[in-house]
Design a binder for this molecule. Structure first.
Ligand code: TXA
Ligand code: MG
Length: 327
């Protein structure tokens, strides 16, 4: 299959890219689109054979359910069923964080095909804040299933060229909307009464969620509720170790890549080096994380040494991804 990559940098290119995306989605094809978190591989969420193409292109196991993106929060009741106990919290979260990088796990309505939820009685939903994604989904006029546009188990793509390197030849269209803003996948939560449980940390932080209920973080061990919680997820091919203090790393440096937080300690010389945020800004670090891991992964190194970042705010999500990459 020939993969077209359409730019969207001016109004005319953008109109064309949106129209092509909508046309393909209506035909039951898949399209890679930018969102504010990572690039997604989109298909008509209510069309089983279209959704199957997502699983095939990604080589994703069928037991791993997809996120359903809604044109707006008004669609919530059509795909999900919200209990009385959840209602207040869900409404408050949707009002505050949508459109945006928050995914809610809710009981599903029967309209959602089994293939999307992997047979679960729950469905993951969010409304993307990316303007191009927003245009596509409102013109399309219905829910769009979209996991990250990478092969299963690999790093999520934060730029169109990352998608191309993983899925070229397997999908008809990639829309190039530039680098994504957050660079990390959405925060995934469940709501039980007034309690909010974080299944996957992300750009919407525990601190932000705490205004809306008691926040719990799902235990990393025990029963896996979502394959995104599998420790081996989000991994580069090169082995990665996570260290608190770079200077304490005992290995030889020459064949190693360094992914540093805000600086390289004086005297340290690695084969390749990337600094996530020289100004010590966690949001900037998150936006650079997957791009730098991909760059280091391509260098043919023996090992990537990643340094820990402050474990607060979006730093929790960065640490979560680094821990998984090192598993
Ligand atoms: O930012 C994002 O969330 C991106 C963009 C494209 O929207 N999407 C994304 O999708 O990261 P994906 O499929 O790569 O990750 C979704 C995670 C998976 O780990 C999946 O197992 C989990 O959400 N998930 C989906 N439905 C679920 C459900 N009903 N219960 C529990 N986990 C669910
Ligand atoms: Mg993914």
């Amino acid at each position: 299959m020939n993969t077209e990559i359409l730019p969207a940098s001016d109004a005319e290119e953008r109109r064309h890219a949106v129209a092509e995306s909508v046309r393909l989605l209506r035909e039951g094809a898949v399209v890679a689109l930018p969102t504010e978190t990572v690039y997604g591989l989109a298909a008509d969420a209510l069309n089983t054979s279209a959704v199957l193409k997502i699983f095939d292109a990604k080589e994703r196991p069928r037991f791993d359910p997809l996120i359903v993106h809604l044109p707006n929060a008004g669609w919530l009741d059509r795909v999900a069923s919200i209990s009385d106990a959840q209602e207040e919290t869900v409404a408050a979260l949707a009002k505050r964080f949508w459109p945006g990088p928050l995914t809610l796990i809710l009981n599903r309505q029967q309209i959602v095909p089994d293939i999307v939820t992997a047979g679960l009685e729950t469905v993951a939903v969010r409304v993307s804040a990316h303007p191009l994604f927003g245009e596509v989904i409102s013109d399309f006029g219905g829910p769009i299933a979209a996991p990250s546009a990478n092969r299963f188990g690999r790093l999520s793509p934060t730029a169109a060229e990352h998608v191309a390197s993983e899925l070229r030849g397997r999908i008809p269209l990639i829309v190039d909307g530039g680098a994504t803003t957050h660079g990390l996948e959405s925060t995934i939560v469940t709501v039980k009464g007034g309690a909010i449980e974080i299944l996957r940390p992300g750009p919407v932080t525990a601190e932000q969620l705490a205004q809306f209920g008691n926040v719990r973080v799902a235990a990393p061990s025990g029963r896996v509720q979502s394959p995104g919680q599998l420790p081996s997820h989000y991994a580069p091919r090169t082995r990665l170790v996570l260290v608190k203090d770079i200077s304490a790393f005992a290995g030889e440096r020459e064949r190693c890549g360094l992914l540093a937080w805000d600086r390289v300690p004086p005297g340290e010389q690695f084969g390749e080096t990337r600094v996530m945020s020289a100004s010590g800004d966690l949001s900037e670090a998150a936006a650079n994380l997957f791009r730098y891991l991909r760059e280091l992964d391509r260098c043919g190194l023996d090992l990537i040494v990643a340094s820990a970042v402050p474990d607060n705010g979006i730093g929790k999500a960065i640490m979560d991804r680094l821990r998984r990459a090192s598993a």
